[in-house]
Write a protein that binds this ligand. Sequence first.
Ligand SMILES: Cc1cc2nc3c(=O)[nH]c(=O)nc-3n(C[C@H](O)[C@H](O)[C@H](O)COP(=O)(O)OP(=O)(O)OC[C@H]3O[C@@H](n4cnc5c(N)ncnc54)[C@H](O)[C@@H]3O)c2cc1C
Ligand code: SF4
Ligand code: SF4
Length: 368
Amino acid sequence: MLPERGGPAELKTQVQDRNLCTACGACAGLCPYIYTAWEKVAVIYPCGSEEGSCYRVCPRTPTDLASLDRQVFGRERSDHVLGQHAGIYFSRAKDKKISARGQYGGTVTALLAFLQEQSQIDAAVLARGSGAALPEPAVASSREEILACAGSKYSACPTLSVLPQVRRDGHRRVAMVGRPCQVTALRKMQGLLLEQQFTHLPAAGLDMFVIGLFCFWALTPAFYAFLAEKAGAEEISKVDIPGEGLKIAFTSGRELLIPIDEVRQLIRPACPECFDPTSELADVSVGSTEYDPAWNTLIVRTAAGKALVEEAQATGAIELKPYPEERLPILRQAALNKKLRVISARQGNEYLRLPLAYRQKLIQEGGN
Ligand SMILES: Cc1cc2nc3c(=O)[nH]c(=O)nc-3n(C[C@H](O)[C@H](O)[C@H](O)COP(=O)(O)OP(=O)(O)OC[C@H]3O[C@@H](n4cnc5c(N)ncnc54)[C@H](O)[C@@H]3O)c2cc1C
Ligand code: SF4
Ligand code: SF4
């Protein structure tokens, strides 16, 4: 059983040394003695504190889902498979320049560009990179910078590590795009701030809008060496991992499809322990449709998320259509399978503080 509280020593032994670190970047952003390089995060100097915010914000230290639900939504969830939601849609950017650069429909980039255009945010915390280069955390404050970060980077870019830079640059209204583990870390940080604990945390004073990505696994940085080897002298224009395998598109127009089993061996060890594939604690969550690459799946969760999506639709920044009824069981089954695998694992899921009712509902849905 993991201790409820701890310091850097526990973060190191319970999370980092056990390969459970998701490289969210949260701890590295709040302590100069925690360092990140090549998507590896490590405590490099033992500061000696018995209790630290580094341990408390980590998505792989005790994480009480019911309490996070109450913090974000004001109540516990009614949907135990997909988390709280106020609407599920197919969505895409209306601006063709954005949809052309987006991973699928470009919904994330369109929402960010809309927030920036309307002066509703000062900056966004994103992942920048392309081709076979290791991505890097980025703070984007212009439309060009937001567009330059479009596209999925299939590794664990530790973007939360740039929150202190956001504050140093004087930004106060900030959008964060993140994988589910990163959204959890940010919500844990906000929870500590709400309780007025650790008031120095990098999210202090920031008004944040959270766009969560779907994520069933991320790859280790070895993926980029793998891509470089496959590309040889050719230039990569896009990387995608649809159900059938890894698809590499080259600027020459050639496409290469690589069997998924070759890629699976590069899955980050922390990812099979991850309970949240759809960013359940975000304001809105965005994923693929696994069906039509020109569109996204969009889950609207909070009141702030609903207001943004309505505004963005009304002004023509994004387009919505109803989520096809026959696709919903497929999405639910994929999320449910991942959750059931995690709760039935013998180890690795000790971080989850899951109420019995949550667990029972999942097992019940799994048995139907
Ligand atoms: C590691 C990973 C695994 C994923 N797995 C799935 C999956 O199994 N099923 C599924 O439906 N969808 C998955 N997604 C989400 C999907 O790839 C798209 O990101 C999502 O559908 C949004 O599409 P879009 O067209 O709106 O994106 P875009 O408009 O292109 O915007 C993408 C945004 O994501 C940010 N971003 C890119 N890579 C990262 C990263 N590694 N960490 C943090 N932020 C990042 C960029 O900064 C950009 O702002 C995954 C994404 C990632 C990063
Ligand atoms: S999961 Fe995040 S907070 Fe936890 S050790 Fe890794 S980078 Fe730090
Ligand atoms: S699978 Fe989970 S732990 Fe791994 S990168 Fe995605 S959200 Fe983070």
